[in-house]
Every structure is written in structure tokens, then in C-alpha cells.
Design a binder for this molecule. Sequence first.
Ligand code: PHE
Length: 455
Amino acid sequence: MEKTRETFGSRFAVIMAMAGSAIGLGNIWRFPYMVGQYGGAAFIIVYIACSFLLALPIFLSETIIGRRSRTNTFGAMEKLAPGTSWKWLGLLTVISPVIILSYYSVVGGWSVEYLFKSLSFEFTDTDAGSIQSLFGTFISSTWEPLITHTLFMLMVAGIILAGVKSGIERFTKITMPVLFVLIVVMMIYAISLPGSGAGVSYLLKPDFSKLTMSAVAAAMGQAFFSLSLGVGTILTYASYVKKDENIFASSIGTAVSDILFALLAGFAIMPAVFASGVEPGAGPGLVFQTLPFIFNKMGTAMPVVSSLVSIIFFVTILVAALTSAISMMEVGVSYLVDNKGMSRLWATVTVTVFAWAVGILCSLSFGPLSEVKILGNSIFDFLDKMCSNFLMAFGGLLFTLFVGWKMDEASVRDEFTNGGTKKRNSRWFKTVYFLIKYVAPVAIVLIFVTNLIIS
Ligand code: PHE
């Protein structure tokens, strides 16, 4: 298995694939509405702190386990802690990304629909009043969102089928740099809008009075979600990383690009939120409700330019969503191939059908199934909360405990410093190990308990 396992070709490819997983709907769709719901700049400060102090240690733990074992989450636990029950916990992290994929694909489908709408000039041809209700009508209908969910799922499966090098690596290496350019263009455009100042200062002036305990918990959840943590995704990608790659450098590279992208997306979206008069705390529909309004206003004067900008924007969301969704699917596929001996084709079909079927329920929960509640939440909200607030935190805890307490320190050091050859990593090892062993687990437990109390 060691010899035939595919690897990413270069440092650049590793960062692009990992950043591709990290940067996604979490940055463009989830981050702005979280910022809106939890009080702007103060939330952002806590989110950045959580990213470095808690999320980065988990990221490194997953990378260390993945590259050392060179296999999927289940196999990794079995290999590094043979004969123990750790592998069953590893199996849990094979299941959670597939659940995330199911509802993620529904939102991915919304961006497919909005791309179609931009291509057919729908935002410029509709009157401003009905533009915001367009979103509600669309997501609550039965068939259209199901069709776009299916299309999105098929695109993901197509890339995964092509394999690690010619699918994941090739796709992310081309699309990720383009994505950065697109979001910068969008940001410059948004800041130049009349009335954008209120949005910009919302993101820059912290109001600490809004920083409740639940805001802190949400900031941590956002940091985990955004860096794809606790669900074996980073672990699985790390299993394709070459032995001579500097994992500390590529992890920092990934974390920094993820945070940067979230901030750029915030500056592209918040000005539009204020300019369109929508409440910043409007929730999951925020991006889909506010931007078309801007495109519409602009469209009366310049329909072609406006459609072009909206096409650019929804292509950005779609591509970002695809590069993340493939990383979720790869976790399950890699498990079925490594441990169940399935072919890549059958493994892909199995994961796709399962996630697609659960996704149907999530999509219908905005319409025909809106009355179905699980612990007071719709199916979609329940799965999102269960994953980002609990399963991800639990998985993150598991990985840090495994590296900090189960693996022996010498192997961790060996993996982190590439056998002592990376001098800078050796200097950082003590700090990183302390964060992994003590700081991250304690903080995760504290926030986990807080989530339990407040939800
Ligand atoms: N990090 C991705 C995003 O920000 C979401 C994700 C979660 C990807 C879990 C993989 C695993 O959109």
C-alpha cells in the first residue's frame, strides 16, 4: 500500500489542495452571516485567535497522524494504536464529513442556481422589490433545489473519480489562485459602492459588549468549520503528503490563506449588506439575498457589467464549494478503498449516493419538510449544528488527545521536524506540543460544554 499510494506533487500543490478544502462556503457564505449575527469586528478578533491557538494545533495533529500513517482516519488509528478502540473513534470521523457533504451540497446547489440566474440576466430584469423574495421562493420549492443539489453532487463525484493527482491536485492548483483574484476583484467593487462605509466600519470597529459566551463558542465553531477540522479531511489529505514536505510551513500557509480569504469575503459582502438595507444578522440567506440586490441596482444602468460581476461572484462561490466538497468526499472514498478493498469507482458511487440521499432531506427541509423538527431545529439546521458545534469539536479533541497523549513524543517530534532535519520546526516543537497536549483539549472541552448548555 505504501508504494502505490498517490502523493501531491509539490509544496504548492499541498497548500492549494488543503486551502481548497479550507476555503469554501464556510468563508463566503457562513463567515459573513456569523459575523452579522455575533457582532462584527469583536467576533472576528476571537475567530482569528481561535484559529491560531486552537484550530492550528488540531490542524497539525491531523497532519502528523495522516502523514505518519499514510492512510485514512480509521486505518490511521488502527496502524498507530493497534489493538485499541481508537479506530472506532476514527470511524466516526469518516462518517461526519459525509454528513456535512450532504447539506453542503444543497448550498452548493443554490450557487449553481444563482449562477444560472446571473447567466440569464434574471437579477437585472426583475424589479428590486421582489429580488429578495426570490431566494425564499427558490429554496422552499421542491424540485429546483433538488436538481441543483444533484448537479453539484455529480460535479464533486466527477473530480473525485479522476483521482488525487489528476483530479484533486489539478483542479485545486488551477482554481485556487483564480479564486483569490476573483474575491479581490469583488472586494474592490463592493468597497467602491455608495454607502459601503457602514459595512467597512462594521468589520473594523469592535463592539465587545456583543461578545457573549455563545459568540465565543460560535467563533470557535467557525474556526473549526473553516479549517475543515475534526472530521478527518486534513488527516486524509496529509496522508498524500510526501515525507520531505515541511508540514509546519504548509499548515501555516493554509491557515493564513483561509483567514485572509474569510476577511476578503467579509469586505466583499458586508458593504453590500449595508447598501441593500438587509439586517446583518439575517442568517444563512445573507449572501444570496443581498448581492443580487446590488447586482439589480447596478443593472438598470449597466446590465451587462452587472451580470458579469454576478457571474464572477457565483462562479467564485461554486468553485470554492467544489474544492471543499471534494475533500469531504475523499475521506469516505479513501476509507472504502483502503479498508474495504473497494475500487475507486464503487467507493465514489457509494459515498455519493449516501450523501445525495441525506441531502434530499436537507433540501426539502426548507419547503415540504419544514414542519419536521429535530430537537427544535429543521433537518438542515440540526445537521449543521450537530456537525460544526459537536462532531467537529469532538473529532478535534480526539486528534489532539491522540497526538498529545497516545503517540509517543519522539514520533511526534520526528514527524513534525522531518526526522530533525527542519531546524525551525525543532525550535517551535515545544510550543506546538504544549498547545496540542494541553491548551487545545482543555479549551475544546470548555467550549463544548458551553455549547451544550446554551443550545
Ligand atoms: N472548510 C470548508 C469551508 O469552509 C468546509 C469543510 C468542513 C470542508 C469540513 C471539509 C470538511 O467551507
